[in-house]
Ligand binder design. Sequence first.
Ligand code: SF4
Ligand code: SF4
Ligand code: SF4
Length: 353
Amino acid sequence: MISLTIDGKEVQVPKGTMLLEACRIAGADIPTLCYDPDLKLAGSCRMCVVEAKGRRNLLATCVTPAENGMEIHTESSDVIEARKIILELLLSRHKLECHTCESDGDCKLQDYCYRYGVADSRFDGEGPHFTKPDPNPFIMRDYDKCIMCTRCVRACDEITGALAINIKDRGHHAKISTAFDGNLADSTCVFCGQCIMVCPVGALTSKVSAGKGKPYQTEKVVTTCTYCGTGCTLALNVKGDKVVGVTSVRDIEKSPVNNGALCVKGRFGWDFINSDERLTTPLIRENGELRQASWDEALDYTASRLKGIKEKHGADSIAMFTSARVTNEENYLAQKFTRAVLGTNNVDHCARL
Ligand code: SF4
Ligand code: SF4
Ligand code: SF4
């Protein structure tokens, strides 16, 4: 263990602990933009800088190991000044339109500008002119709100392995881009939306949820994705009595299967939930026409038909085909029913492929 002082408080941490973690253990609220606990360190935004006694430069805590005997100040006047300048530089190329932004209320740039009282920039930046239309149906790419934290690039590489995006050009002209700055659909993108999950601002948002509710207007209901047998945890975003989006649950305790990562179906394929065409009662076909039936009537009808087929053609003329969109327990019951009640081993499952 090593011992250091943070804002006058002595803390002990294991050797090798990064200063950011040590500061958080000491209760300091260190702002971060490029840092993400699940991604490799970039150390590029410098928002997490602190003052260390005896050091000439401010230290970026996310990439600096804590040292024995360090005396750290996390909110000194120099630290605050440095963070304000970083925010001003970011605003110099930012399309500031919080009132209509999908990330309003869930945006780190907005939070830190509020915290440090930065309303405008004294610097002349480049832009806004980085955004160009991308006709894909899922992801809004508004790079005039991008702060170049590269979290999306790292998530695309390290979580999904798609390597669809990277930094194009340098300095004021730098932007996130696919190869040859084309549309996402023409790249290796698989539309998993992990880039949306990690983006700390409103540069990457869901087109499917656009205009349906700001983050603070929706209740997040944690549940399990019904699309396949993997069983990823996700949060349905509910406004009134409607599902208006899906967001990640980035907590390994609550989301042990996927730790927030999703595929295109789980993240964007939820609008069927509100469809008027969904079945809400069983239907029985009579004289070529479907009519509504009660569950009792439908189950009695199905039982009599299965019984009739079994008597006439034998149990092996029946097969049960089940689905990954029901639970393991229901699948277990389905095979048990088929083997024990119907008397056939003709059981299969769509996820077997
Ligand atoms: S990205 Fe953040 S700061 Fe920029 S417009 Fe949206 S909410 Fe405001
Ligand atoms: S949607 Fe997934 S694959 Fe496409 S750019 Fe984002 S992280 Fe990469
Ligand atoms: S799009 Fe978002 S995650 Fe990607 S670099 Fe810009 S701000 Fe960061």
